[in-house]
Design a protein around this ligand. Structure first.
Ligand code: ADP
Length: 310
């Protein structure tokens, strides 16, 4: 499958690097309005490929996206000093307005994967601007938060994260909801698993995991200014699920008709992802506190979107 990546900055290039190294796609095409950057990233990544796979990596124009099965949207602008979150969002909405029509002209059958932050709002914008069904406009959402949640639970329990099924729901951001009540390891609730392994999941242990999931990005941003490898790998995982029609459950963001009473809002819940994009939403069982937190997250996202003119 041919994959387009619009926005060859840190996140776009990390995704392209992960895709090329794993050989997930036959071809990766970078497009950026900074054509020199796109070319440089493509060449640098192409030089890594002989050690790993046979993916062809190139830079091009929108027309070179023709035939792409997936196009990752990782283009965006940085925050200017003194600029509000809403002003930044308005400018990023403008970036998507410039991009999406051209992407769809070249690759009308592509599934769009949105990586630009704030990813839930940008997914909603991309859905509206593209006119595509929500199942084909997928935001990376909490894919990375969920991976970290599973990793930290697994670490506590002494089991591989692959045997942990636990999800982070809602906004990819401060209002996200760690869904403890339906978290399982093997066929057991994490609480029972922890008891059998004699590593009780105390409130303190849960708080430490919560903090580790919620603040991971801040710690990285403090040290290196931004994050890209984790999300790059998460985007590769999503591309793989689509390219291989895996029907895998991943926590991703798409516009849902109704979540906790909030209509038409993009946020993450576990969803089945395959060649057609998202084929089903899976609402996990939640306790009262989690219902409330997910509702608050949905309302917050909706209010931000309503305040935005685009
Ligand atoms: P991130 O860390 O999110 O990847 P970057 O600033 O490194 O952020 O990357 C964003 C990329 O998006 C930049 O390479 C920038 O040139 C690109 N970009 C911004 N606006 C547009 C646009 N209108 N069309 C194409 N690419 C764009």
């Amino acid at each position: 499958m041919k994959i387009g990546i619009v926005g060859a900055g840190m996140v776009g290039s990390a995704a392209g690097y992960a895709i090329a190294l794993k050989g997930t796609a036959s071809k990766v095409v970078f497009v950026d309005y900074n054509a020199d950057l796109a070319r440089a990233q493509a060449e640098d990544i192409a030089h890594a490929v002989p050690f790993a796979s046979s993916t062809a990596v190139m830079a091009g124009d929108y027309s070179d996206l023709e035939g792409a099965g997936v196009v990752i949207l990782a283009a965006g602008v940085g925050q200017k000093p003194g600029e509000s979150r809403l002003e930044l969002l308005t400018r990023n909405a403008e970036v998507f307005r410039q991009i999406i029509g051209k992407v769809l002209d070249a690759a009308p059958d592509a599934i769009l994967l949105v990586a630009t932050n704030p990813v839930d709002i940008m997914t909603q914008i991309a859905t509206r601007l593209s006119g595509l069904p929500p199942s084909r406009v997928i935001g990376s959402g909490t894919i990375l938060d969920t991976a970290r949640f599973r990793h930290l639970i697994g670490e506590h329990l002494g089991v591989s994260p692959r045997s942990v099924h636990a999800y982070v729901l809602g906004e990819h951001g401060d209002s996200e909801v760690l869904c403890w009540s339906s978290a399982r390891a093997g066929a057991l609730s994490v609480k029972d698993f922890a008891a059998q392994m004699r590593v009780p999941l105390t409130e303190g242990a849960k708080a430490r995991i919560d903090d580790g999931v919620r603040n991971a990005a801040y710690t990285i941003i403090n040290g290196k200014g931004a994050t890209w490898y984790g999300i790059g790998a998460g985007l590769e995982r999503l591309v793989r699920a689509i390219a291989r029609d895996e029907q895998t459950v991943l926590s991703v963001s798409i516009v849902a008709p109704k979540v906790e009473g909030v209509k038409d809002v993009a946020l993450s819940i576990p969803r089945i992802v395959g060649a057609q994009g998202v084929v089903a939403d899976l609402f996990p069982e939640l306790d009262d506190g989690e219902h409330e937190a997910l509702g608050a997250s949905a309302r917050l996202l909706k209010e931000t979107l309503d305040a935005l003119e685009y």
